[in-house]
Structures are given as C-alpha cells and as structure tokens.
Design a protein around this ligand. Sequence first.
Ligand SMILES: [Zn+2]
Length: 503
Amino acid sequence: MKYILYARKSSEDKSKQILSLESQVSEMKKLAANLGLVIDLVYTESKSAKLPNNRPIFLKMVKLLENTKEDYGILCWKIDRLSRNPIDSGKIQWLLQQGKIKAIQTSDRQYLPSDNVLLLNIEGSMANQYILDLSKNVKRGILTKIEKGLWPNFAPIGYLNDGKGGIVVDRIRARYIKKIFKLYATGNYTMKELANLMYDKGFRSRGNVKYHKSKIYKLINDSFYCGIMRFHGKEYEGKHETLISKKLYADCQKVMTEKQHPKKKQPHFHFRGLMICAKCGCLLTATRKKNRYVYYYCTNGRGGCSEHNHYLTQKEVIKALSGVFDHLFINEDEVERMHDNSLELLINHNPDNQEYLESKNHLLNEIKKRENRKEELFNLRLDKKISPKDYESRETIIKNEIKDFNDALKKLENEQEVVLTKETLELTKKFFLAPKSMKKAFFKISLNDKQKMLNQILWNSEIANKKLAKINFKEPFEALANYAENPDIDKLRRGRDSNPGYP
Ligand SMILES: [Zn+2]
C-alpha cells in the first residue's frame, strides 16, 4: 500500500496552531518514516476547505482514488486539512467505506474503513442536522465497538493498530512502558526523572522524539495499560493484552495523589463542624493543648460572646452529642403496629404489588429448584453414576436456566423500583428501631466512626451549657425525630400516601 500526502493551508487559516505547508509536509514525511509508510504522491493546496468543490487539487486526488486500481492511503497532518464541509467529507467517507482509501493517517491517529468517524471531525459551524444525525450513528458505531471491548481509536503508545480494527502490543515500546509504571510505583521518581531516564534508555515516541514529562504523566494516568478503556467519561473492560496489572496501576495512582497532595500534618478534630454556639451562632472549633487534650470552644467570630472562653473537653462533647439519639427513640410496640398496618395496606390495596411479589417468589423458587438440581447432579457425579461428559452437558443446561431466571428477576426488580415492597417495609422498620442500638454502639466505636455516624444524623447543632440545645437533623432522621416527638400513625400514613417510599 502506498500513501498520498495531502497538505493544505489557506489564507483564512490564520491560527498559529496550523503549520505551514512546508512544515506539514516535513512532519508527515517524518511520521511516514517512523511508521514505515511509503509516500507515492505529495499534493499541496492553498485553498479553503469550508466550501465544497472549492479545491482543484483535492478534487484531482479524489478522482485518482476513484479510478485507481492501486491500494492507497492518505497521509495528512490533521483531519481538518482534508475537509471542513460535509460534502467533501462525505466523499472521503464514501471512498473509505468502499475501500478505495485503505487508511487515513494523521499526526495523532489513524482512520480505517471500519472506523466510520470522519464526519465527526467537521467544524462546529458546519454541524447542520445532516451531520448531527450522521454523528449519532457514528457514535453508536463506536459504542458498539467499545462495548465489545475493542478500542475505537488510534492505539496508545505501547500498542499498534493492526489495520483490521484491533490493536496489538508494540513489543519494542511496551517494555519501556512496563518499566515506567514499575519505577513510578516505587515513589522514588518524578515524571521528569522518568522522562530523562527512559530517553537515555532509548524510549522514543512514534514520531521518534523524546517522551516529555507531560506525556509520561498522561501515560501513567491511562488505565488502558491495565485493561480499562475510558471513553467519554465511561469505563469499559478492554480485550487487548494488558501491559501492567490493575494493582500496579492503582499503586501508581496512589503515588501520584500523594505527590500532588502531600499529607498535611494538621491535627484532626472529629467533631468540628457539627456544633455551633447557641449564644452567638458561631461554629465551635477545637484546639489541642499540651499536645494531648482536645478542647472545643466558640470561635467568637462576631466578637463579644460570653461563651468564648468556656472550653469543652472532648469527653464532654461526646457526652453532649450522644444526646442526639434520645430524640429518635420510638416505642417498639408502636413500630410493630405501624409495620403491620402498612403491610396490610400493601397487600390489600395494591394489586400490582401482589402480582409483583407473586412473580418474584415464582422466579426465586425456580432458581432454588435448579440450585438443588445442580447439587443432586454433582452428587451423582461424585458417586460416579454419570460420566463426566454427561455431567458437564447437564450442568450447562441447568446453569443456563438459572441465568435466564436471574435475568428475568433483575428485569422484574428494575421495573418495580418505586413501589413499596415488603422489603422496604422491613427496612423501614429496622430504621425506626435503629437509634437504640446506635446509641449503645456510639460509646464503643472509634472517634472516626463516631464522626461518621454523627455526620449522617446532624449538622450545625446548637450547644449551650455543655448540652445539645437545638438539633439540626439531616433527612431521613428529621422525619424520625418529628415522629418521635409526635407519634401519630394516621399523620404518617397520610404522608406516606402522598409520598410513597417514606421516610
Ligand atoms: Zn459564641
């Protein structure tokens, strides 16, 4: 296969980002040498590509491609050098699809007949409905490819496009990449040091230049090497051969975060942010005295607060905050009664639910039956009553059936998201009864866990005389606290009717 080098710069391309014709040609020649591509023809043109059929040289090239029996690819610096309007892009796209162009190689990627992505690269100003519709289809095409675990783009360094839509390991560069990850994970190297070290050892980009630290940074950040492909903010499991393990990748990310945000050795105060001074409304902050004892006190941000010099020990703070649970206790009999009432409502007044529960139970039963059958089958095999071959084929059948039932179950559950079920009622009951055991646990768990627990329940609560004076509950504890204060089943039920899925 031979290549046509096409370079274009018009007077409207004022941006300094766009290389001169000479530079485009020399860059592409360099790239061709690196990738081992043969250049057969060089076309240069100084015309705008915004209007269709405006470029004689381009049209000449298209004509040649349409009529030739040779295998041709196109080499151009950026895809927008080739076309910036839908008509010309369509021509290129069509030639590509028909295989009259075997590949388009630009400085940063390769377009193959299977790719079908050329139209995506037309400038925004030209994006009329025609293009939008096409792009949608194209994107869908890319998505199916990526969902199959195949990479739809130019292969990252360390890999090569195999020309058939797949990618293979670039054995020469792959060993450098493995080394980069390994060394970086030790934490003993900066990106710059790695860039220099690898350069000395012979690592070069596909354009045969040094891989600078910014590129090393990108490389270490790229989960592609451990098999995870990121595409438009989503992650996909790739089918390509990995260069490193997921563990090594994670280790490198950890090193990177630590290097970027060295841990500050600031004392950590667990309960700061939960309490405000009841007198002045300022946040309570903390200090450590004699390097050991933690005290909380009003920051006195507005000045003149009489509480400012009243310090609370950590122990006193814990005692005060533990008072939060007392506001959440609900009589157990009450909760039971509420649960039974709701269950009755659920079953008698919601035929959909009834049907759902029946279907679900049916599926669960079928699954259980097959699990038992699998077990029996296994026992038969243990007793050598069936041949390995028989065992395998029968097991496969059962496994497939289980999978089908599980799929059906998932589908059913997804459709049933919003409606109250027995399970959610059960959870609700547990939630109503939880505060008692939470209070018990609160005194036994670590400071970190205390902080986590409290953070779920309250914020900016007022402290006066070493006690909780006014608690700001977070949802759903707010609802629980309200109910505990004023237990009224009817009220709650009415509330639920208008708002299923309480609390
Ligand atoms: Zn105060």
